[in-house]
Design a protein around this ligand. Sequence first.
Ligand code: PMP
Length: 297
Amino acid sequence: MIFYCGNDFVDSSSATVNIMSPSVQYGLNVFEGIKGYFNASANTLNIIELKNHILRLLESAKFLDLRHSYNYDTISSIILETIQKNSIKSDIYIRVVLLYEQSGSWSTNESASLLVAPMISKSFDEFKPGLTTKISSWERINGRSLPPRIKAGANYLNSRLAQLEVSRSGFDMAIFLNSAGFVSEAPGSCIFLVRGGDFYTPTLSSSILGSITRNIVINIIRNELGKKCIECDLERVDFYQADEVFLCGTAMEITPVKLLDHISFESSFKSTREIMNFFKKIIMGEIKSSSINLTII
Ligand code: PMP
């Protein structure tokens, strides 16, 4: 695979950083994961929400005062050029990172480099089985310590603690409570519940990442299904009382939850599958919709 790293397109094996880089030593980087879905009959690669991913990357860099010489247009054209250089004819996950190649301190004012790393990924599976989940005893990081709104590598150490804890108890995925005791998100995805035909999800100030897929799901619920989606504080017990629960994110896509702690949910996941169905049709370009922005190449 050809990556863009530093100032150049290089073979992935030559994309290296100094072992004393603050990105290696302290997790100092900001990044995005972007999905592209290949439509074999139309011979197109549909990149999901490219603009919003680049804007969020730039915003994360700004929050951490992580300096660099790129702007929206340069990042966008480098991503598209990297994809084209690899002549990719399958679904992909593109990792876009601003990081330090050279040694330095966590308080460095040096300029960061851009890495664009496309990887082949699995196709969207609308029949995924549900995950087993458990509320972790670790609290989600918050806006007074390390804002989850910033998509920085170091945030994932909090994710790691929660995920390791629940994996040791045999669950697939952790769910975090925030410092106010409300449900926030999973270690790498957002969470929704369905009750009495309405959808609910934690607010943007519940210590969550401003997830792009969360926005897409809200759009699908409101625009395609014509149903209500309420963003509010949700307690653990709200999820216990739900008919359905699902997770969403770029890599997670939309995935049903079959168990939360000791509570199991409807096995047909009717509303969740309805959203998955619309999601799939839109990303494959089978129906036109303003719910998801596609860059078609
Ligand atoms: N929350 C966290 C902590 C994440 O890492 C992710 C994955 N980026 C998400 C939510 C979902 O965000 P998005 O839909 O933008 O991928």
